[in-house]
Design a protein around this ligand. Structure first.
Ligand SMILES: Cc1cc2nc3c(=O)[nH]c(=O)nc-3n(C[C@H](O)[C@H](O)[C@H](O)COP(=O)(O)OP(=O)(O)OC[C@H]3O[C@@H](n4cnc5c(N)ncnc54)[C@H](O)[C@@H]3O)c2cc1C
Length: 309
């Protein structure tokens, strides 16, 4: 663990694929990065059963992939601090003062924000129990498991509609469950959705219960019009009701979009010396390989900024 009063050339915030890849690259360049791990060492993938689209691994448990990245970064000399960043301010001489959850501070010359995002949940009974057992937040990751099956997407925005259309590449039938009588998604996406025979929209309905045995096999829907309830048999449920970026501590310092994601061009934010990589970046693909790629890219710009390249 780093000495808290220490000055560091580079502090990386977040221990998901983006932060850890940045640590691996910058440590190999001799920069001695300090990495704030946050509450979830390894990020979003740590609790994911199997990753089947990370190049080089046909299938690997999320825990194993992230532990490999953590130990690789550590062996190369990354200093891990098991705390969260609470606040970041401009200090003197183009430096930044980082306040940690322990109230201790670190001064840094460059900061890489790789704090990711969290998927919003439905908060209904059964969601936790069947998470990764039929309930998913990522069609790109889990869609191919549902070849020839019936699945549903819940949500009404662009992501929900895109996920529903994407899932028709595999599933026999796709329900799109939405609590209103119209979608928020852009018109061209709606046109594609409504012209797809495999998709059936279930309007004015909320999911109130997720059920199954070993795996999910049905959801209970309640009409928002008359409160009537009915069960819908399906094997996969994709929740697409939005994501929340972990960027509250930095929004005063860098430009963010309307949803709080950091606007960064080639990982460079509006504040020189502060970089962003991975899911926290506005418009990110929200995939591990993309986050890792950004972790590699950001290392190049940090090294250039510090004059190490
Ligand atoms: C259930 C699920 C399944 C998925 N499956 C796949 C898949 O199969 N394939 C795929 O490519 N992608 C998948 N994804 C998406 C993938 O997990 C993300 O794209 C990827 O993890 C993003 O990496 P990241 O490093 O940007 O952020 P994250 O993985 O979100 O890591 C962010 C890190 O920042 C830390 N942090 C947050 N706030 C602070 C703070 N204030 N101070 C310090 N640290 C902080 C967190 O603790 C965490 O360690 C899945 C996502 C989920 C939720």
């Amino acid at each position: 663990m780093a000495n808290m009063s220490e000055y560091s050339e580079l502090v990386i915030v977040g221990s998901g694929p983006a932060g850890l890849t940045c640590a691996i690259y910058t440590a190999r360049s001799g920069l001695s990065p300090v990495l704030l791990v946050g509450q979830a060492p390894g990020g979003q993938l740590i609790n994911t059963d199997t990753i089947e689209n990370y190049p080089g691994f046909k299938s690997i448990p999320g825990y194993e992939l992230m532990m490999n990245m953590l130990s690789q970064a550590e062996e190369l000399g990354t200093q891990f601090i098991y705390q969260s960043l609470e606040r970041i301010e401009r200090g003197e001489g183009n430096r930044f003062r980082l306040s940690l959850s322990s109230a201790e501070q670190i001064v840094a010359r460059t900061v890489v924000i790789a704090t990711g995002a969290t998927h919003r949940r439905l908060n209904v009974p059964g969601e936790e129990e069947f998470s990764n057992k039929g309930v998913s937040w990522c069609a790109t990751c889990d869609g191919p498991m549902y070849r020839g099956k019936t699945v549903a997407v819940v949500g009404g925005g662009n992501t929900a509609v895109m996920e529903a259309i994407f899932l028709t590449n595999f599933a026999e039938h796709v329900f799109l469950i939405h609590r209103r009588d119209s979608l928020r998604a852009e018109k061209y996406l709606q046109d594609k959705l409504f012209s797809n025979d495999k998709i059936e929209v279930v309007w004015n309905s909320e999911i109130v219960q997720i059920s199954g045995n070993e795996r999910l096999n049905s959801v209970l829907l309640r009409s928002v019009i008359d409160n009537s309830e009915r069960a819908l048999a399906l094997l996969g449920l994709f929740v697409a009701v939005g994501t929340t970026p972990s960027s509250g501590f930095v929004s005063d310092l860098v430009e963010t979009d309307g949803d709080g994601y950091i606007i960064a061009r080639d990982t460079k934010t509006s504040c020189a010396g502060v970089f962003a990589a991975g899911d926290i970046v506005s418009g990110s693909l929200k995939q591990a390989v993309f986050a890792a790629g950004q972790g590699a890219l950001v290392s190049k710009y940090v090294e250039e900024y510090l004059g190490a390249r």
